[in-house]
Design a protein around this ligand. Structure first.
Ligand SMILES: Nc1nc2c(ncn2[C@@H]2O[C@H](COP(=O)(O)OP(=O)(O)OP(=O)(O)O)[C@@H](O)[C@H]2O)c(=O)[nH]1
Ligand SMILES: [Mg+2]
Length: 380
């Protein structure tokens, strides 16, 4: 899973990236001229892994991970009214979700360039630009299809695609993101290649300074409403092919503070965090929200060698879980031995789980549940 951090220039994207990854990528008030994004892998905070590790005492303990990509706020682009320039755009398209970072801290230099903090307005700007970027792609594609049709290159597939693109262009025209539209399975397949930005899940990160942090309940509500209803368009009522998008989570970070926190000894963090009224680290809050928003679950593999958490889409089967671990396990899949972390931790041992009859054998089609421990029997 990977998440792109995007936002207007100097919103604190790199600061938050550092808070999440513990890296020390350069942050600055001024334009550094840097254009390459920072990339970092973040272990997903999950206390179940810690508990399983304490029980099995394995040689290796491996957490699930999320990759974060920290994009540079495009100054040139912002001046031209476009956030996403060519190179950045190609990479942003690869992200599973977009985390929109909003500036909510005082800094005279930055305010001199971009005005006082106005998170709600910045959110609107970013959402508009995401729509614009998709409009360009969809309109260009529609034009191409129509040209082909005029030249007599017409296939059932191109006709289906034309219909779908017309629908998308119309929706985007009224500000409705692609994620709020409903598509048939065939259309979803046709659409996959375009990787529309407004089809991606969103997370909103309000980046507050120490004086503002924790004092923005109504702002957080407005941001959530705006993010969820980024499709607050007249089309909502009249079209039957709209579905309500999932709730967009809004998370408030004290970015700079949490970046400094990531640098100090873990045992000392708690005290600093409670001083600020921060109950959980930025990493824990964001990784959990990402799982929920993207509809991911965790399953586990356990043993003396390794305790490991794996990421899986909600609704995926035991066969897909096996494939996540290794393609051989999927190819030679026989059965999945399955029990739950909850039962194991409650009863204290695999033996006790078996005695209670809570140890199951599941087939290929079994829908894996969050918290399942799987052992795949296979033969290749
Ligand atoms: N007080 C305060 N300052 C912050 C906070 N977050 C970022 N800053 C400052 O704002 C400036 C810009 O931060 P960056 O993290 O570099 O912002 P960015 O969004 O990555 O900037 P670009 O990539 O150039 O668009 C730096 O001087 C940071 O120290 C914050 O939460 N509080
Ligand atoms: Mg940056």
């Amino acid at each position: 899973m990977n998440i792109g951090l995007i936002g207007l220039p100097k919103a604190g994207k790199t600061t938050i990236f550092n808070a999440l990854t513990g890296q020390l990528a350069e942050t600055a008030d001024y334009d550094t001229g840097k254009v390459e994004p920072n990339v970092g892998v973040v272990p997903v905070a999950d206390e179940r892994v810690d508990k399983l590790s304490a029980l099995y005492n394995p040689k290796k303990t491996i957490y699930a991970t999320i990759e974060f990509i920290d994009f540079v706020g495009s100054h040139q682009g912002a001046a031209k009214g476009g956030l996403f320039s060519g190179e950045g755009m190609a990479l942003i398209k690869t992200a599973d979700a977009l985390a929109l970072v909003l500036r909510n801290f005082s800094n005279p230099t930055i305010e001199g360039l971009y005005g006082p903090p106005n998170p709600l307005k910045d959110l609107e700007t970013i959402l508009d630009e995401l729509v614009l970027a998709d409009q360009v792609v969809a309109e260009r594609r529609l034009e191409r299809i129509r040209q082909d049709h005029q030249r007599g290159k017409k296939t059932p597939q191109s006709m289906a695609e034309e219909k779908m693109m017309e629908h998308i262009v119309e929706a985007l025209g009224s500000g409705t993101p692609v994620r709020n539209l409903e598509f048939s399975p065939e259309e979803l397949k046709l659409m996959a290649g375009y990787k529309f930005l407004t089809a991606k899940s969103l997370l909103i990160l309000l980046n507050s300074d120490e004086t503002r942090y924790g004092k923005n309940p109504s702002l957080l509500n407005s941001l959530a409403a705006k993010g969820t209803e980024s499709s607050a368009s007249p089309a909502q009522g009249k079209s039957s092919t709209l579905r309500g998008g999932p709730e967009t989570p809004v998370i408030e970070f004290a970015g700079k503070f949490e970046m400094e926190l990531a640098q100090i000894d873990p045992t000392e963090r708690e005290a600093f965090m409670s001083d600020m009224g921060i109950r959980e680290s930025a990493r824990a809050r964001l990784t959990r929200a990402a799982y929920e928003t993207l509809g991911y679950i965790s399953f586990f593999t356990v043993g003396e060698d390794e305790v490991r958490a794996w990421t899986l889409r909600k609704g995926a089967t035991a066969l897909e879980a096996a494939g996540t671990i290794h393609s051989d396990l999927a190819r030679g899949f026989i059965r999945a031995e399955c029990f739950t972390v909850k039962d194991l931790l409650e009863l204290g041992s695999e033996k006790a789980v078996k005695e209670k009859g809570l140890f199951r054998l599941e087939g290929k089609e079994y829908i894996v549940q969050d918290g399942d421990i799987l052992h795949i029997r296979f033969s290749v």
